[in-house]
Design a protein around this ligand. Structure first.
Ligand SMILES: Cc1cc2nc3c(=O)[nH]c(=O)nc-3n(C[C@H](O)[C@H](O)[C@H](O)COP(=O)(O)OP(=O)(O)OC[C@H]3O[C@@H](n4cnc5c(N)ncnc54)[C@H](O)[C@@H]3O)c2cc1C
Length: 315
C-alpha cells in the first residue's frame, strides 16, 4: 500500500507538494480552511464581474515551473498578460487542476498536528479530522503563511527558527465594478501615492468578460498596516475616495467591496527554500521561505517534495 501524506494548505506551495508526491505514487490528502483552492491566487465573482483580488499575475523563470505553466497554457488555464502570466478565466483557475490525484478537504481549519505510534494525526478544534488516513499519515507538510505555520509546527514538536523569522506586509484590496468603461488610462497603473500602490483593469486580462469595468486596487503596505483593523466598508470607502482622486473617475460603481489580506506579501523571507525534518517526517514550505511570488511558493513546495521522494524517484 502506498504511503499516505497530509498537506496543510491548498495554495500554490501545498498543491505543488501534493502534485509531486502524488506523481511519485504517494496518496495525499490536502486540508484547507477555505472553501476554494489557490490561497492568495484568488478570484471573486460578483454578478458578471470577476476580480483577481490577490496575486495579480506571475512570472515563470525556473525550468520546472515554466514547464508546468506551459502545460497549463496548453490546457487554456493560463495565458500571457503582457510579459507576465495569469490564470484563465481567473487567477484561481490553475489551482483546481494542479493535484488531480490528491484528496482535497476544504472548510477545514487545522489547529494541531500530533504524531502517535501509527503515524501523524491532523486535528481541528473539534478533534481529529474525519478523513481517510488520519492517525496513520506517514508524514505531514505545513504549507500555510509563516505566522499561521508557527503554531502548527509547535504542536508537531518543531521549533524551526525560519518560520519565526519570516514576516509579511498586509494588503487591503478594493474591488470596483462599473457598468461602463472607466477613465482609467492604462490597464495597470502603479501610482506614486501613499495610499494606493496598484490599479488593474481585470477585463484586460485574457479570457475575462470585457464588458463594464472590473477594477482591482491594492493599498500600499503602509496604508494597509495603519488601517489593518478597519471594517471592510470603511476601508472600501477610503480607498474608493483615493481612487476617484487619482483617476478622475466620478461614476459610481455598481459593485464595491474590500478584502483584507493580513499576510499578503513576504517582506522578510526565511532565507531557506523549505524546512524538512527527516526523522519526524515533517516539512514546511511556502512563499515565506523564498520571497513574495507565486513562483517562489511553487519552488518551495516542489523542492520540498523532491527532497521527500529522494533523488531516485522518477519525478
Ligand atoms: C494582494 C496580493 C497581491 C499579490 N501579487 C502578486 C503578484 O502580482 N505576483 C506574484 O507572483 N505574487 C503575488 N502575490 C503573492 C502570491 O499570491 C503568494 O506568494 C502565493 O500565492 C503564496 O502561495 P502559498 O501557497 O505559499 O500561500 P497561500 O496562497 O497563502 O496558501 C496557503 C493556504 O493555507 C490555507 N491555510 C492557512 N492556515 C490554515 C490552517 N490552519 N488550516 C488549513 N488551511 C490553512 C489558506 O486558506 C491558503 O489557502 C500577491 C499576494 C497578495 C495577497
Amino acid at each position: 500500500m502506498s504511503e499516505h501524506w497530509a498537506v496543510i494548505g491548498a495554495g500554490m506551495a501545498g498543491l505543488a507538494v501534493a502534485r509531486r508526491l502524488s506523481d511519485a505514487g504517494r496518496s495525499v490528502t490536502v486540508f484547507d480552511k477555505s472553501r476554494g483552492l489557490g490561497g492568495r491566487m484568488a478570484t471573486r465573482r460578483a454578478g458578471s464581474f470577476r476580480f483577481d483580488h490577490g496575486a495579480q499575475y506571475f512570472t515563470a523563470r525556473g525550468e520546472r515551473f515554466l514547464s508546468l505553466v506551459e502545460n497549463l497554457t496548453a490546457e487554456g488555464l493560463v495565458a500571457r498578460w503582457g510579459e507576465d502570466h495569469v490564470g484563465v478565466p481567473g487567477m484561481s483557475a490553475p489551482a483546481r487542476v494542479l493535484a488531480p490525484q490528491a484528496t482535497i478537504v476544504t472548510d477545514c481549519t487545522v489547529s494541531s498536528l500530533t504524531r502517535g505510534a501509527m503515524g501523524w494525526s491532523v486535528s481541528t478544534t473539534d478533534g481529529p479530522a474525519a478523513t481517510d488516513g488520519n492517525g496513520v499519515f506517514a508524514g505531514v507538510v505545513v504549507a500555510v503563511p509563516a505566522p499561521q505555520a508557527v503554531p502548527l509546527l509547535m504542536s508537531a514538536g518543531s521549533n524551526w527558527d525560519g518560520a519565526r523569522r519570516a514576516t509579511y506586509a498586509p494588503c487591503w484590496a478594493l474591488m470596483l465594478g462599473f457598468a461602463a468603461r472607466t477613465k482609467l488610462s492604462e490597464d495597470r497603473v502603479r501610482p506614486e501615492d501613499a495610499t494606493i500602490a496598484w490599479i488593474a483593469r481585470d477585463g484586460s486580462k485574457p479570457g475575462r468578460d470585457p464588458s463594464g469595468d472590473a477594477i482591482v486596487v491594492h493599498a500600499t503596505p503602509a496604508w494597509s498596516r495603519a488601517s489593518l483593523e478597519e471594517t471592510p466598508e470603511r476601508a472600501a470607502a477610503a480607498l474608493h475616495a483615493c481612487f476617484r482622486e487619482l483617476t478622475g473617475e466620478t461614476a459610481d460603481p455598481s459593485f464595491i467591496a474590500a478584502h483584507r489580506w493580513r499576510y499578503a506579501l513576504v517582506e522578510q523571507p526565511a532565507g531557506e527554500p523549505f524546512f524538512w525534518d527527516p526523522s519526524a517526517r515533517l516539512g514546511a514550505c511556502g512563499d515565506w521561505c523564498i520571497g513574495p511570488r507565486v513562483e517562489a511558493a511553487f519552488d518551495s513546495g516542489d523542492g520540498l517534495a523532491g527532497t521527500i521522494i529522494g533523488p531516485n524517484a522518477a519525478r
